[in-house]
Design a protein around this ligand. Sequence first.
Ligand code: KIV
Ligand code: ZN
Length: 378
Amino acid sequence: MKNSKKVVVFDTTLRDGEQTPSISITPSNKLEIAMELDKLGVNIIEAGSPITSKGEREAIKQIINQKLNAEICSFVRALPLDIDKALECNVDSVHIVIPTSEIHMKYKMKKSKEEIVESALNSIEYAKEHGLIVELSAEDATRSESDFLIELFKTAEEYKIDRACICDTVGILTPDKSSLLVKKIVENIKTPLSIHCHNDFGMATANTVAGINAGAKECHVTVNGLGERAGNAPIDEVVMTLDKLYGIKSDINHSQLSKTSRLISKLVKVPIPANKSIVGENAFSHEAGIHVDGLIKNTSTYEPILPEEVGNNRKIILGKHSGKSALKYKLSLMNIGLNNKEFNQVYDKVKAYGDLGKYISDIDLKTIISEIKGVNIA
Ligand code: KIV
Ligand code: ZN
C-alpha cells in the first residue's frame, strides 16, 4: 500500500481534551503533557486558551520556554483581547474559532453572519500583523451551509490564513458525509484543510480518517479521545488507521503511543477503558482456546499489528475459554515444567475456576500448581 501523503497532527489534549467534564489540568501537568506530546511527534500542540486564567497563561508560557519541536498554538475567539493574551504568551500560532451554523450564530452568538465574518477577518488581520500563524476554524461546520464555508475560507485566504478547519462540533458526520464535505471544500480553496471530529455517535475516528482520505491535510486529535461529552478523535486510532489501513504516514512515534496514553490517563485521572483499541489493556489480550492456539503458531492470526509497534503488551489470559495450548504456552513463559498428570489436573482446575466466573492470574496459577505439586513454587 503506497501513499505519499503525510498527515499533520494537531493535538488538542490541552485545550479540547481539558474540556472533558470534570477535569482541570494544573500548569505543571500541562507542561509535562506538552513535553510528552512533543516526544510523541505531534506537529502542533494546542496548549490552551490564554484568556481562561492566569494559570493557563503561565502554563502556555512555560511550554513556550521549552522550545519544543512542535508548533505551539493557542485557542482564541475572534476578539482582539483573546489575541492579545495569546501574544503575551508568545505562541507560534492562533486557532481562531467562529461559529458558522445558523443555530450557533443565532442562539449562541446572537449575531448575523456578516458580523461573525467581519470579526473573523479583523482577527485574522490583527494576528497576521503580529506575525502569528493562523488556523481558522468553522465551529459547527457540519451543520453549516457548505457554500458559506467555502465563501468564508476563500475570503479568509485573502487575509492570508495558513490553515482552515471544519469542526464536527456535535459529532453528526458519517464517513461518507465527511468525505463529500471535505472534497467539496478542498476543490474550492487553496489553503490546507484540517478536520476536527467529536465522538457523540462513536464515529470520530472514522470521520477523521475519511476526511483525510478525501483531501484534508491535518487531523485534530486528543490522547485517549479526551474532550467535550463523548470526546474527540483519539490520536492512536487516527494515526494507526491512517498508517496501517491506508498507508498515510505521520510524524508520530507509534511505539510511544501506549506510554503517552497511560501517562496522560494518570495525570488527568481518567482511566483508559480496558477494551480501548490500540492502547487499552485488552487490545492485545487473548483467552479463547482457538485464538491462543492460532496466535502461538503465528501472531498475525489474531492480531492486526504487533503490540510492541504501539508500545503495548500481549497477554494470554487463562479462564473458562482457554485451551490446552494456552496453558502450555503460559507455563513455558513462566518456566514451569509439569508431567502429564499434573498438567491435566491444573487444566481441570483452570476450567473449574473459569466456570465460577473467574480468570486465573499468574499468581493464581502458581497457587494451583503449588497445591497440586505439594510444594510452593511461588
Ligand atoms: O468542537 C469544536 O467545534 C471545537 C471548536 C471550538 C474548535 O472544539
Ligand atoms: Zn471540539
